[in-house]
Design a protein around this ligand. Structure first.
Ligand SMILES: [Zn+2]
Ligand SMILES: [Zn+2]
Length: 305
């Protein structure tokens, strides 16, 4: 897991600005298409575009805040706002899903009247293409930079590709069969999918805000610590790891022979800390607490060693 520095930030800002621009253009296009066609599937796409824009604006702001360095009032930096952004994005699209569902049911009850479908189909197909390209690049940049915020935005944008695909299938079926209910049915399926992604984003954001542990990273740290500690004839316990959005925080206790001087122990501890921090270049923050063997004390309840 790598977290890159300034260059990574530039890349993330660029892809987020693209996302923002796409959100504005697609909102205008979809609202026009919804009015012209009267399709509830396209209307649902357009409704989603409104909250889409709000979510992307929030994410663009959060991305900049997340990269602000630590200061007197935020000693641990500002990167946890990434998780808040992912949660906000999830909440926003979940709200859109409810709205879409409501509109589809309304159309089923009161009937559907579809017009100018050719225009709606073109707009939706172009939107799907734009979102597919955008969503894939957001996912790639998010993974490369270990950014939950960018990945959340990517997941959201890819959801919209599926919604547009559902619209296209529904309108195609309508043109072949003349049965208008394909349209609200597609809208409802799209809404369920949006809801699924929304709930997943909210869950992930809660996990991040509550410093949920990540078994893969934890195993990586344990393996490294086991090696480093063995080499120096030490032991460790009370290992704690958390990821605050960009920065990886690790702390543990190191147990030394009572006969060592503070200077010697500190030197070894500094080396071990540096090796662990190397796992997360350049955003690893590692702190160890030094103990003599005679006063060794474990107090993390989940640890067995
Ligand atoms: Zn969206
Ligand atoms: Zn201890």
């Amino acid at each position: 897991m790598q977290t890159r520095g300034v260059q990574g930030f530039e890349e993330q800002k660029k892809v987020m600005n693209l996302s923002l621009a796409a959100a504005v253009v697609l909102l205008a296009a979809k609202v026009t298409a919804a009015i012209v066609t009267g399709s509830s599937a396209i209307y649902s796409d357009a409704a989603e575009s409104v909250v889409h824009l709000l979510a992307v604006m929030f994410a663009a702001w959060a991305l900049r805040l997340a990269h602000k360095p630590a200061d007197e009032t935020h000693h641990f930096g500002h990167d946890k706002v990434s998780f808040l952004s992912a949660g906000f994005e999830g909440a926003m699209i979940s709200a859109a899903a409810v709205l879409i569902f409501y509109e589809a049911i309304r159309q089923i009850i009161f009937g559907v009247k579809l017009e100018n479908l050719g225009f709606g189909i073109i707009v939706t197909a172009v939107a799907a293409g734009v979102n597919l390209a955008l969503g894939l690049s957001l996912m790639a940049v998010g993974k490369r930079n270990g950014s939950a915020l960018i990945r959340a935005n990517g997941a959201h944008v890819l959801t919209d590709v599926w919604s547009s695909a559902a619209v296209l299938v529904a309108l195609g079926l309508y043109q072949r069969t003349g049965w208008t209910y394909w349209d609200p049915i597609a809208a409802m399926l799209a809404a369920l999918n949006i809801m699924r992604v929304g709930v997943k984003l909210i869950r992930e954001s809660l996990g991040g805000l509550l410093d949920e542990s990540d078994p893969t990273t934890e195993k990586q740290i344990c393996d490294l610590l086991d090696r480093e500690v063995k080499e120096r004839g030490l032991s460790y316990h009370n290992l704690r790891y958390r990821h605050s959005g960009r920065t990886h925080w690790v702390e543990f206790h190191l147990v030394f022979d009572d006969a060592l001087t503070v200077g010697e122990a500190h030197e070894a501890a500094t080396e071990v800390e540096a090796r662990v921090a190397d796992l997360f270049q350049p955003l690893g923050r590692v702190i160890s607490h030094l103990e003599p063997k005679s006063a060794e004390h474990h107090d993390e309840s989940w640890e067995e060693r």
